[in-house]
Write a protein that binds this ligand. Structure first.
Ligand code: NAD
Length: 351
């Protein structure tokens, strides 16, 4: 076989991603991704931005999330199918790619199911570092599925949270999260209701999965000074918060044209005032007004966060000298002789 007939692409399998996270350390990966996201949010105007392209079906959604800073291009393929869990599958599965804008060549192809959980947690904690009260130490997590423990550890590493209070309609999910969070140093409490979970919490993270306008939190759950990290409402017709909460809160979003379609604010008029998080990071807009304000990060997940996570993984792969290569791109010696490359492969392939 002619080796020059391939242009190998650096590839990160699920196994390699797990190896990389263990080699670097989970908290270092979460803080590292948060640093890359912050750096990219600070140069927000340089990016091509578009709401993600979504294909909806009765049970879920499949989405493509592209962006570019003019030097690198990235996209993620991701789904959201809340009923998958019952069939032993992930609700959210993803993979993604980073490419060189100058020649279009992919420079990284990677699993992103784990990476999405890592970047979502890093993004949530980064937003909370800018918006929650600085003395926040206790977080409630409603919905204890795949994202839950990543959120807990990211808030511990990035915001100094030392206690988490867990609730899920399925006690098995809470028991799983309790087991997984042993040894993290977090004080973890299993709760029997949303009311019990939010008691004494400075931050509430909602990360439930249901393709419905659910009401996970109502107004009476929300006391003065709370920061709400609303992660699970990320699709038209899929929300978690009662509208009354939105009307009491200062609302912060990633990219308004996408969040108005997918986030909690789909419940509000199209011109309802919201603040873009990157402007708070840049010091151009005020974050939390005062210690009694209710702040809401209406998270839906935006392409620039995946771009940052992909950039982080590429840099770590290079630093660690990891060399997995995928035979992805046909590259004949004569670029015009693609047909000839196929023809020359016939004898060995027919055997
Ligand atoms: P998952 O299916 O693994 O877990 C969801 C959990 O929510 C389950 O344990 C389920 O029992 C629980 N749940 C459902 N309804 C509930 C209710 N009424 N009260 C309490 N618990 C309830 O899903 P996941 O991978 O953890 O994702 C959670 C949500 O986060 C999904 O909706 C997903 O689409 C969303 N998500 C958002 C982002 C983002 O960037 N904003 C990124 C990833 C995932």
């Amino acid at each position: 076989m002619n080796p020059s007939a391939r242009a190998y692409v650096p590839f990160v399998s699920v196994d390699a991603m797990m190896g990389l996270v263990h080699r670097i350390g989970l908290t270092q990966v979460l803080t590292g991704i948060a640093d890359y996201i912050q750096a990219d949010f600070l140069r927000w105007p340089q990016f091509d931005k578009t709401p993600r392209v979504a294909a909806h079906s009765p049970e879920g959604v499949i989405e493509l999330m592209p962006t570019s800073d003019g030097k690198l291009y990235a996209f993620k393929y991701v789904n959201g199918h809340p009923k998958n869990m019952k069939n032993g599958m992930q609700t959210v599965m993803a993979f993604g790619l980073l490419a060189d804008v100058d020649n279009g060549a992919p420079v990284l192809l990677t699993e992103m199911t784990l990476l999405t959980a890592l970047r979502t947690a890093a993004m949530s904690a980064l937003a909370a570092r800018h918006l929650a009260r600085p003395d926040a130490r206790c977080m409630a997590i409603i919905g204890n599925g795949a994202q839950c423990e990543f959120q807990a550890v990211a808030f511990q590493a990035i915001c100094g949270i030392d206690a988490v209070r867990l609730y899920d309609i399925d006690p098995a999910a809470t028991a799983k999260a309790m087991r997984n969070l042993q040894g993290t140093g977090l004080r973890v409490t299993s709760c029997n209701s949303v009311e019990e979970a939010v008691e004494g919490a400075d931050i509430v993270t909602t990360c439930t999965a249901d393709k419905a306008n659910a009401t996970i939190l109502t107004d009476n759950h929300v006391g003065a000074g709370l920061h709400i990290n609303a992660v699970g409402g990320d699709c038209p017709g899929k929300t978690e918060l009662h509208r009354d909460i939105l009307e009491r809160a200062q609302i912060f979003v990633e990219y308004p044209p996408q969040t108005r379609i997918e986030g909690e604010i789909q419940q509000l008029p199209e011109d309802y005032p919201v603040t873009e998080l990157w402007e708070v990071m840049a010091g151009d807009r005020t974050g939390r007004r005062d210690e009694r304000a209710i702040t809401l990060f209406d998270s839906v997940g935006f392409a620039i966060e995946d771009f940052s996570a992909l950039r982080y993984i590429k840099d770590q792969m290079q630093a660690a000298g990891i060399e997995a290569q995928l035979d992805l791109l046909a590259d004949p010696d004569d670029p015009r002789d693609l047909f000839g490359m196929l023809q020359r492969a016939a004898p060995e392939r027919a055997a």
